[in-house]
Design a protein around this ligand. Structure first.
Ligand code: SF4
Length: 205
């Protein structure tokens, strides 16, 4: 916290928007996903029009993105399923659910895994759930917060239990920053790392 600060999430997107942009961000950069998302929003009037469009037309709209054909099919399927379950595209029902039920509701959508579900619940609703992306997964294992052989799915459960509710957004944001700048996958900069005194990986090498 001292190094990267306490983060408060502003600019919350509506949950369906957050879900779509998170699908767009799979295997690409946030900037590319944002561009594709803005193009999608300008090419279609609303989510109903996207749902009713052919996947080819959606793919053309998001063609900035890698895997755009796959993502177009996924977005169409997700919107169709949400509409079929709720009669629209309002996911506010999730905030009144038990968190585990809300996670289960989201992950039962085709193509939505625990990380995407956690992003929607944390970023759109401010619920205490940690998205375990590649940086969070790598660093928490190196620090020894979760066992080395933990699966990504299990890491979501363990970290949700370890981190206090009010710290979850900052914890996620700051670990992503730390992973990009210091604790890189191939050559972590351990000698300049503020966490080296607490890091199992560093202490054991
Ligand atoms: S000491 Fe090294 S391995 Fe541990 S968190 Fe810091 S950079 Fe990562």
């Amino acid at each position: 916290m001292n190094e990267y600060g306490t983060r408060i999430h502003h600019n919350r997107l509506p949950p369906v928007d957050q879900l779509v942009i998170t699908v767009l961000a799979q295997n690409t950069t946030d900037i590319t996903a944002e561009r594709a998302f803005q193009q999608l929003k300008s090419d279609f009037t609303d989510w109903s029009e996207v749902m009713n469009a052919s996947h080819e037309r959606i793919a053309e709209s998001i063609s900035h993105c890698g895997l755009h054909n796959l993502k177009a099919k996924r977005i169409k399927a997700i919107l169709t399923e949400i509409h079929s379950r709720t009669g629209g595209f309002d996911l506010s029902l999730l905030k009144d659910m038990d968190i585990e039920d809300a996670k289960a509701w989201l992950t039962s959508l085709h193509g939505v895994g625990p990380k995407t579900a956690a992003i929607v619940l944390l970023f759109s609703f401010g619920l205490p759930v940690i998205p375990v992306d590649t940086h969070v997964f790598r660093i928490t294992k190196r620090l020894g917060l979760i066992p080395e052989n933990t699966t990504r799915e299990r890491a979501h459960i363990l970290l949700d239990q370890i981190v206090t509710d009010e710290c979850m957004y900052s914890f996620n944001y700051n670990l992503v920053q730390h992973g990009r700048k210091v604790c890189r996958a191939l050559k972590p900069h351990c000698f300049s790392c503020i966490l080296s005194n607490y890091c199992e990986h560093y202490q054991s090498h």
